[in-house]
Structures are given as C-alpha cells and as structure tokens.
Write a protein that binds this ligand. Structure first.
Ligand SMILES: Nc1nc2c(ncn2[C@@H]2O[C@H](COP(=O)(O)OP(=O)(O)OP(=O)(O)O)[C@@H](O)[C@H]2O)c(=O)[nH]1
Ligand SMILES: [Mg+2]
Length: 333
C-alpha cells in the first residue's frame, strides 16, 4: 500500500467538523473508509483502532485524537451490549450487510441446507421435520456485496413459533423455499401465503424450488413454476449439488431493489471491491451523503463513469438517479 501522506485538500480531512491542519496518511484514509462502511459495532471498533494507530500524533491532530478516542470508547461499550445480547429478543436478528433476506417455508424444504451451502453459518440440517427452532443468520456473497440470509423454523399448520411474524417483518424481503416434490407442496404454499396475508405481511416476491437433484424432480418443478409464475419470480435450485444457487443469489439481490456505486477521487481509480449500496431510485445527492458529509453539504455536480467504460466523465446533477455499478466523482463548490 502507498504510505505517502496525502495532501489535506485532496482527502477532505475533517472529522465531525474538526479541520485537521496536518496531512493524513493513506493508511488513515483507508481505515476511515472502512469505518464509514462498517455495519456492526465490532467492525466500527476495529476501524477506529486502525484510524487512531494511523493518525500522525502531534499538536495539530490533538482534537481529532480526542474525538477518535471518545468514539472508540462508545463503540466498545455498544459492542459489549450486543455481545451480551440483552438488547432485543434472541429471535430477532440484527441486520448486517446490504440487506436482510429471511428464508421461510414448510418443514424439511431445505432452508437450513441452503444457508449452510451459501454462508459460513451452520444451522442444523436433518431429514426430520421441525429441526430448526431459532433463526440463524449467515452472510451470502453476491459478486462484491454481502447479503444476510436468515434461516427460520418451519411454517406449518401443525405448529408455528408465535414470534415468526416479527422475524419476517424485521427483514427487507422474504423468500419462500419449497421442495416441489413434496406430496403436499401446493397445500403448503397456500397455507403460508394465507398466513402471511393474515399477518398483513407483504408476500415474498421470490419462490425457490429446492431439491432439483432428486429423481424425477423436473416435472414437479415445472408444475409449481407454471402455477405460480404470474405471482412470483421462480428459481429452481439444489442445495446439495449447488445447482441454481448463483441464480438464487442474483434474484435475491434483485428483489432487494438495491444499486451499487463506487466513489472515485479525481484522477484516481475507484475501489471496485467495496461498493456503496443505496436503495433503487436514490440520487447522486443521496450517494454523496453516504460517502462524506462534506460532499453532501457542498456538492456542485458529479461526474459519472461506468465500470463498463460507458459515460466517460459525463456531468450529472444532484437529482440524477444512480444506477447499479455507477462510478461517481464528486465535485464540491
Ligand atoms: N436431495 C436433496 N436433499 C436436500 C436438499 N436440500 C436439503 N435436503 C435434505 O432435506 C432434509 C431437510 O433439510 P433442512 O435443510 O434441514 O430443511 P429445513 O427446511 O431447514 O427443515 P426444518 O428446519 O424442519 O424446517 C435434509 O435431510 C437435507 O439433507 C437438496 O437440494 N437435495
Ligand atoms: Mg431448518
């Protein structure tokens, strides 16, 4: 990594309104970027520690050192609270990553197996019904974005956990996982859809048919798809062989209605590994606000590039709507 100091004028070296009369190192700026993009208290603590370590220590940076120490101590306290787990009921999963996707479905449809296959989480998988008793989160990677999947206990007329509506409501989207070769798959789907309607919860937009690898599965998959194709997007997968899981991740990302953008300083290349994420429909002004408070307050215009090489530096206004994979260069007054 380039460790040379970067001039203040280039890097907007302010910290909550404190202007720093000293050059900051590339290490510090990188840690600051990580801090801004952190989602959990643990990530915040790690990034603040790095910022403090990389900050040049002299009279000119005393105020910013004090502010960093104050934030670090606050983030450590918050992080302890989260570890203690006393903040909210244990079945409610704190959102992390670009979006939370809750997997719901009848018993034995393979919800836990999908989470095991796509994330580092290891919820129990077993061939008997009602294996899962508590929600389990795991992070799924789609291209350069981390999406949080939440495995849940089954929804069935026989039994349902009373807090299931809260778990589903807490997520951005719900995905319905079924095994089309279950003898009562249509009854199971109808039960779940009616239950969600009774709870006044938005219906899932994505229906996933799992266990595509099983003998004769294609016929059942096609039948379920035909019946529900006008109401849901549909994807067939096998959580055992991995078939269709890439398409599943793409569909889940699509249903979240997000766009990714990258920020780039003039004359430099953007970091395409770590996108900023916004809701679809957000503007250049919203994007600026996410990158830096100064940009949001003093934004004059932005230059738009695309990762594909299209729109090479096209000037765009604050109200311009951001599209997925935009690269933006912010110019302030
Ligand atoms: N052949 C095949 N079996 C699968 C697949 N996915 C899951 N299974 C099997 O189906 C059974 C149930 O899988 P789970 O992941 O525990 O199902 P679940 O939906 O979490 O079940 P509950 O927790 O009871 O709701 C296990 O025996 C899995 O090994 C698949 O894609 N193909
Ligand atoms: Mg399970």
């Amino acid at each position: 990594m380039d460790r040379r100091p970067v001039p203040v004028t280039q890097c907007y070296a302010t910290w909550r309104g404190i202007t720093v009369p000293a050059n900051l190192t590339a290490d510090y700026l990188a840690a600051e970027q990580t801090y801004k993009r952190s989602h959990t208290q643990e990530e915040r603590v790690a990034a603040l520690e790095q910022m403090l370590a990389a900050l040049p220590k002299h009279k000119g940076t005393e105020k910013i050192q004090a502010e960093l120490r104050r934030r670090l101590s606050q983030a450590r306290k918050e992080s302890q609270k989260t570890i203690g787990g006393h903040e909210s009921p244990p079945y409610l999963i704190k959102r992390e990553g670009a979006g939370q996707v809750v997997l719901i479905g009848p018993p034995n449809s393979g919800k836990s197996q999908i989470v095991c296959r796509l994330t580092h989480a290891r919820p129990e998988v077993a061939d008997y019904r009602f294996t899962t008793r508590m929600p389990t989160p795991g992070m799924m990677r789609f291209e350069n974005v981390q999406i949080q999947l939440v495995d849940t206990p089954p929804m069935s007329a026989e039994f349902m956990e009373p807090w299931m509506p809260q778990v589903i409501r807490a997520a951005q989207i719900g995905v319905l996982i079924v095994a089309p070769n279950d003898s009562d798959v249509l009854g199971e789907i109808e039960f779940i859809l009616q239950t969600l309607e009774g709870w006044h919860l938005p219906l899932p937009r994505l229906l996933v048919g799992n266990k595509l690898d099983q003998a004769g599965a294609e016929k059942d998959f096609a039948a379920v798809q035909t019946i529900y194709s006008d109401r849901f997007r549909y994807v067939g997968v096998s959580a055992v062989t991995g078939a269709g899981l890439e398409a599943f991740a793409r569909e889940a990302f699509g249903c979240l209605d997000l766009v990714r953008f990258y920020s780039k300083p003039p004359g430099r290349k953007p970091d395409l590994d770590v996108p900023y994420v916004l809701r679809r429909g957000a503007t250049v002004q919203d994007a600026a606000a996410q990158v830096h408070r100064d940009f949001a307050e003093h934004l004059k215009y932005a230059r738009l590039f695309r990762t594909s090489g299209e729109h090479d530096g096209l000037m765009v206004e604050r109200a311009h709507v951001v599209e997925d994979e935009d690269v933006l260069e912010f110019h302030t007054a």
